[in-house]
Design a binder for this molecule. Sequence first.
Ligand code: ADP
Length: 323
Amino acid sequence: LKKIGVLTSGGDSPGMNAAIRAVVRTGLYHGLEVFGIMRGYQGMYEDDIFSMDSRSVANIIQRGGTILKTARCKEFFEPEGRKRAFENLKKRGIEGLVIIGGDGSFRGAQKFSNEYDIPCIGVPGTIDRDMAGTEVTIGFDTAVNTAVQAIDKIRDTMDAHDRVFIVEVMGRDAGYIALHSGIATGAENILIPETKTDIEAIIHGLTEKEKRQKLVNLIVVAEGEEFGGADEVAKVVRQRLPKADVRVTVLGHIQRGGSPTCEDRLVASHMGYYAVESLLLGRKNVMVGVINNKIHYTPLDKAVKEKHKIGQEWMKIVKILAS
Ligand code: ADP
């Protein structure tokens, strides 16, 4: 193995730069030539590929986003598109790939490596944290801390006015950001896609508070929960409690950006290092994960098929701590 490529693909997450840096510097340490591929599979398809040196990743460990940029590439879904991408790698002699991205990106990598003999190593970069085969993903810690800081501020004004606040955080399929940020901010209710929402219990709780003339309540909602997000939940609450002062805040993309936390920089450095080491050891088509602080490899097909499940126990704890 002499030449490898690195790319970031799909949704961006804070810490991807730290992972790129680790891949490039570990590769150079081993005497490899490392190519940066711009905008994920799009750059592979369009031949937007360049050789990187140690300086090209200087001063990026603390920066959000990704210097390689990211994109969604429709051509990569087609065999013809993947063929063209392969030819672009082949003409440079690139013999291994590190793909930093989410489950969609790994699905693409798996198809690609089934068709062409290029070992692919996945590094989980997603704020959602819902990948099988790892307890951590790059960007989750930053995203959840951003959410906590924002919700803390909302809580101050909520308390001052006796309001019901419904805050929507990211998570179309996964409730980790909602669960963790909700627990950490003392939310009374947390609504996530993985569990059914007992709206009657929530309304009952609010009605009791209203009777006591103390209607202050924080509801943290993942965008993919069953009602369809904070606005929809607010509609129901306003209908059932017409006198309540109900406010909605959607945190949106601030959760994806910003300087990565120490934890995300460490995770990214750790995984990026092992992605290159594993290519050198001849591994192929696996995702690098961390379980119990130790590196674990999971076949890409398994990593995309299975989902990390949120334990029901947590929802019970939320209820007890908020009562
Ligand atoms: P994420 O990696 O964040 O889940 P996406 O689901 O958007 O992001 O996937 C990123 C890219 O990976 C897609 O734009 C596409 O180029 C490629 N990809 C995703 N799924 C497949 C698939 N089933 N076959 C081929 N390529 C895919």
